[in-house]
Design a protein around this ligand. Structure first.
Ligand SMILES: [Zn+2]
Length: 264
């Protein structure tokens, strides 16, 4: 039901300058029809129909942004420019203008999020925003074996946007399966779902979320920021784990083992 997520190399629409992945893609999809409203907050330029919608989305977006920065410990990270949020009036308009499949509720491309008015808007924004921040923080380099961390963080933040106290889980029905037969670590990195279709019933997504939750809650937010920084600097996962969480985990296998033991 939720976004198709951040496109990986080869999936990006041509922005007129070739598939310049490191560049900011502006106006990747057709915008809103005449008469829309817009506002600029601290980090987001929001476009939507109706001034009340624009204001509400802008407030929620800034809230989500702050929550993501707090959880990741990336306070020193400063985006190069404003992120764009385009909120179409209906799912129909979203589908027609972005060409997204009917199960997609939002998509992040370049420095922009495209979505539509729906009861899940807040969660979608948090999810896709996490991808924008990840993309820019990583210098536009997306690595397939890091995807479980990128998606895990996105669904972790989505769940928090829906319920800031963290009580609700997106993956309630999968908890039992996660306990009894978690996915081996090498498969988490290699066998990444091709799309986000029905991701809320995907064991891979449930496990990615739980692993990232464990990294942040057991390893600490400062450690998590150092872990992400090491990945950005091109260190491998073992090295990033040991640099980010010294005294906690020596390598990825060590983290994985303790995460498995943490399952109730
Ligand atoms: Zn995603």
């Amino acid at each position: 039901m939720i976004g198709a997520c951040v496109p990986y190399p080869g999936e990006l629409p041509d922005d007129g300058r070739g598939r310049s992945f490191t560049g900011i893609v502006e106006g990747a999809y057709p915008g809103l029809d005449a008469g829309y409203n817009e506002t600029q907050g601290l980090h987001f330029q929001v476009k939507a129909y109706g001034i009340d919608v624009v204001r509400a989305v802008s407030d929620k977006a800034e809230e989500s942004y702050n929550r993501i920065m707090t959880d990741t410990g990336l306070y020193s990270f400063k985006p190069r420019g404003m992120y764009q949020i385009v909120v179409y009036g209906t799912q129909d308009e979203f589908r027609k203008k972005t060409g997204q499949p009917d199960w997609s509720a939002g998509v992040a491309v370049g420095n922009a999020i495209y979505t539509y008015v729906s009861p899940r808007l807040e969660g979608v924004l948090s999810h896709e925003m996490t991808h924008l921040i990840w993309f820019e923080f990583m210098g536009g380099r997306l690595t397939q074996e890091h995807r479980w961390i990128n998606e895990g963080l996105a669904v972790f933040e989505e769940a928090k946007a829906v319920d800031p106290r963290g009580g609700a889980s997106l993956f309630g029905s999968l908890r039992q399966t996660l306990r009894s037969s978690p996915i081996p670590m090498d498969q988490m990195m290699r066998l990444v779902p091709a799309t986000e279709r029905a991701y809320e019933v995907s064991l891979w997504y449930a496990q990615a979320e739980d692993m990232v939750r464990f990294l942040i809650q057991r390893g600490g937010r400062i450690g998590f920021s150092q872990f992400l920084t090491a990945l950005r600097d091109g260190k491998d996962l073992d090295r990033a784990v040991s640099e980010g969480f010294p005294g906690q985990w020596r390598a990825l296998e060590d983290f994985d083992l303790q995460w498995r033991r943490s399952l109730p």
